[in-house]
Design a protein around this ligand. Sequence first.
Ligand code: PXG
Length: 289
Amino acid sequence: MKIYINGKYYDENNATVSVFDHGLLYGDGVFEGIRAYVGRVFKLKEHIERLYYSAKAILLTIPMTPAEMTEAVIDTCRQNNIIDGYIRLVVTRGIGTLGLDPVKCSKPSVIIIADKIQLYPQTVYEEGMKIVTVPTTRNFHNSLNPAIKSLNYLNNILAKIEATNAGAEEAIMLNSEGFVAECTGDNIFIIKNNDLLTPPLYAGALRGVTRLAVIEVGKQIGLNIIETNLTRYDLYNADESFLTGTAAEIVPVNAIDGRIIGEGKCGPITKKLLEQFHILTKQSGEPIY
Ligand code: PXG
């Protein structure tokens, strides 16, 4: 594997960052997880845009233009002969002193890894996933806004640990008001009658690229899209529920806090959305070659 670091390619064993990089010392940086399907990078523009928004929010100036970043991602895919794959794009604050002041960091580091994708087992897409709400509250927007895809994922990791300890596969995180925010690395949706509902971004959800793609696909198949605050009660009484994320795509949920959702397997509308989503992944994207 060839890994891009600040404009140069390194093989896996030599692809290293300094122990003084504030990405490591403080989780000071931003990232993206992107997918390639059949030789094209899916929703690359949207991911690059979100990366620059995250960077702006933490006052980090990425030392290249979005166009240059786009080209670097495509080139890293070429160097690694990617047809289908997973791309991790990381921008750290760079090397600084042991103090946390980012002003002392000279230059942000840009890292691009293009690897194979670890797919979820097919049974998950048919049977669904069991998920639970967890005690750890999603970051309050005035502390660390969940819209920022930062390198500081401890809030999500604590929630993931709680889900695992409860014997569940994923955690639903509530915000400080008790409304549903999102899962640890995925957005959440429910279906009730002909409505497709998902928490609004201000409830503490990341502006998920898959979330938006699913909203578009949902409109196409005639669903009524509603972004609104959801409580646990709303989840428990949903007809169907699923999670969306770049890695997961659309994963059905079969139980929430022990309440069976719908038939306890992938529901018919979720199945239809997944089919339409798959068409979108195969018919769009930035060509690599
Ligand atoms: N919420 C959070 C907190 C995320 O990190 C999503 C939603 C979904 O967004 P996209 O744009 O991917 O539809 C994410 C992104 C993993 C993993 O290994 C997942 C993400 C990031 C890093 C790792 O599951 N998901």
